[in-house]
Design a protein around this ligand. Structure first.
Ligand code: ZN
Length: 384
């Protein structure tokens, strides 16, 4: 109750702030705003993307109640064609609106449940003239409704109530948080051979996040077992292998937000300047009949598709599981890695026959060998 009462004077002050002329200071235009709900992380989130005419330095503020998120964009002006109010998934945000101030623009987000700095991610993306993309400011707000969804494999089924207790030290109370920026600097190698290549292997899930559950096994353990076999084989071939985890742990922190967890995995690959990123998952569906192998990619570079294709072709030689093909997806790790990346779904843990095979040393070794062969094919064909 106290918190609610405190909000009233805050709101009153916000209303009294002068909304005066901005021409003097503003030299960067906000040219468009897009709002979308994303289900490609373990926790859905609402992403707001602002196109800006040149690079800006956003700052994030969260008020004491945790219900009002403000991202300030100094020295910016809202283009006259840009709408000021936006609708979004009401589980995640109640309202999104832009406010023009003399010093710049505020992006305001009201959320139905308290958020902390760990639930909100703000970053900038550089423009790309060739791709006709302007500089962007991206604001992601995590879903706090408690309806945790798994990776969006084949449906949107809720897997029940999340017991996450985010107790990590968090700055709120109107403090500001430094906003990281990353540039997608592409420096990956496409020369022939595995020798000397840096390859990041990401075993899906881990620690507090079990991933999908089978009748007798957990996704996180199968992904780790296969990944460690891939690591050994790649090292034998002379590659430098970066593992996002080698034990049963969360990469960021237990019960963390999905965005932090997935970004932590991307950060490892990006910091190592890996030449390729391979994320290993096991699929799941409500029907026990569903089965098969899929490779996902996102064409953020010209070589993501090739990486998925070469590995998938070898994977299909290593198993009698159904071929579900090579598909595109907006999965977080595919988009936030700087190098070509693929996310492999190596069969279904919800399919009794596949679960049994996936827990066998033989099938794990077969997939490990096929992933390494596929990586070798990819580099031997210069990623195309
Ligand atoms: Zn998974």
């Amino acid at each position: 109750m106290l918190k609610k009462l405190c909000m009233i004077p805050l709101l009153a002050i916000a209303c009294l702030l002068p909304l005066v002329s901005v021409q003097a200071a503003a030299n960067t235009e906000i040219t468009s705003v897009r709002v979308a709900t994303r289900n490609d992380a373990n926790t859905p989130f609402v992403r707001t993307v602002l196109d800006v005419s040149r690079k800006v330095t956003p700052r994030l503020y969260i008020d004491k109640s945790g219900r009002y998120v403000t991202v300030t964009l100094p020295n910016t002006k809202i283009d006259k064609n840009v709408q000021k109010q936006y609708d979004a998934n009401s589980n995640v945000v109640s309202r999104i609106w832009l406010t023009q101030r003399s010093s710049g623009t505020d992006l305001n987000i009201k959320v139905p449940r308290q958020v902390t700095a760990q639930d909100v991610k703000v970053f900038t993306l550089p423009g790309d003239k060739k791709a006709n993309r302007s500089d962007r400011v991206v604001v992601d707000v995590n879903d706090k409704s408690g309806k945790v969804k798994q990776w969006k494999h084949w449906g949107n089924e809720s897997i029940g109530i999340h017991s996450s207790q985010n107790t990590k030290g968090t700055k709120t109370g109107g403090s500001s948080v430094t906003v990281p920026s990353y540039g997608g600097s592409a420096s990956y190698s496409l020369t022939k051979g595995l020798k000397g290549k840096t390859i990041c292997i990401d075993p899906g899930h881990g620690g507090s996040d079990t991933g999908a559950l089978g009748a007798f096994s957990q996704e996180k353990n199968i992904t780790l077992a296969i990944s460690k076999k891939v690591q050994t084989l790649l090292q034998q071939a002379g590659a430098n292998v970066i593992m996002t985890r080698t034990t049963d742990v969360d990469v960021y922190a237990p019960n963390d937000g999905a965005v932090e967890e997935l970004q932590a995995r991307c950060n490892i690959a990006n910091a190592a300047k890996a030449d390729a990123f391979v994320c290993i998952h096991i699929d799941s569906y409500s029907s026990a009949d569903a089965g098969g192998v899929t490779a996902y990619y996102n064409s953020k570079t010209s070589h993501d598709a090739g990486l998925a294709k070469y590995i998938h072709n070898q994977n299909m030689k290593a198993t009698n599981f159904q071929d579900r093909g090579v598909r595109t997806a907006n999965f977080y790790v595919l988009l936030h890695t700087n190098m070509p990346a693929t996310l492999l779904e190596l069969g279904f843990i919800s399919n009794p026959g596949e679960e049994k095979a996936l827990n066998s040393e033989a099938q794990q070794q077969n997939f490990a060998e096929s992933i390494v062969k596929g990586l070798a094919d990819y580099f031997d064909n210069n990623g195309i």
